[in-house]
Design a protein around this ligand. Structure first.
Ligand SMILES: [Zn+2]
Length: 255
């Protein structure tokens, strides 16, 4: 295996060619690369092949995952193309999301960490600014949402509330009972909040087909009656046990 392919493997560069590697002024490792021939001249937004426009602002760098203890960067030209839909835009590169200064692998790791620990911890560990973590999470979440329609095939849902900020604020969450996935969440916990869920579903052209299949909703103790008129309301075992335990406590105290 040639040296350049080892570097490509180390940085997770696929559909790309490594041209050179060097150590930069501040001790960082810089890997110069170019997109593979199939990846040339694609619009950064829609990835459609488009005619070239100009060379853009010259070479730029994307922060990659650290190599051992050392910061690593991918460096490449960033030419522009004229997309039929998006006008003049910077070309797509296979290793990074559009408008990002980080590689895809770097962003995926930062976003995973953000789900599992505090934003401050992520910023320190990944050596990025605190605000940058938020931007990374938005890009990763946007991409994930484009690829997966969370409301597709929805049949049995559960609605519940969770508190945050030490019980000061509430979120209403909707989960898909078949996949166990969170499909929707909004601030607040009253009936108006719940009613926003099907409204939004309707807006997304779900109309009869998908509203109809919300029939087997498991509704928590309030009131989905008006917001989900076709739903069959089921009793959530968690709340049954909770209510029974509370009642038992009361009787025990009386005794
Ligand atoms: Zn485009």
């Amino acid at each position: 295996m040639r040296g350049t392919r080892v570097w490509a493997r180390l940085l997770g560069l696929v559909r790309a060619v490594v041209e050179d590697v060097w150590i930069g002024d501040e001790g960082e490792i810089v890997v110069a690369a170019r997109p593979g021939w199939r990846e040339h001249d694609r619009c950064g937004v829609c990835r459609r092949h488009s005619p070239g426009f100009d060379l853009g602002d010259g070479r730029r760098r994307w922060r990659a995952l650290d190599l051992g203890t050392t910061l690593a960067f991918v460096e490449a030209e960033a030419p522009r193309v004229t997309c039929r839909r998006h006008g003049v835009v910077v070309c797509a590169v296979p290793w990074a999301r559009h408008h990002s200064r980080f590689t895809r692998a770097f962003e995926d790791q930062a976003a995973w960490l953000a789900v599992n620990c505090s934003k401050t911890a992520v910023a320190q560990l990944m050596r990025v600014a605190w605000r940058t973590v938020g931007g990374i999470c938005e890009r990763v979440a946007d991409e994930a949402q484009r690829e997966v329609d969370l409301l597709a095939g929805l049949r049995r849902i559960g609605i519940d509330e969770i508190s945050h900020r030490r019980g000061q604020r509430y979120l209403t969450v909707v989960v898909d009972h078949d996949s166990g996935r969170l499909v929707w969440a909004a601030a607040g916990r009253d009936r108006k909040t719940v009613e926003r869920f099907p409204r939004r579903a309707r807006r997304r052209a779900l109309q009869t087909a998908r509203i109809g299949v919300l029939r087997h909703g498991v509704l928590d103790r309030w009131s989905g009656r008006r917001s989900l008129p076709d739903a069959v309301r089921c009793v959530d075992p968690f709340h049954v046990v909770m209510l029974a335990t509370d009642a038992l406590d009361e009787v025990r105290r009386e005794v």
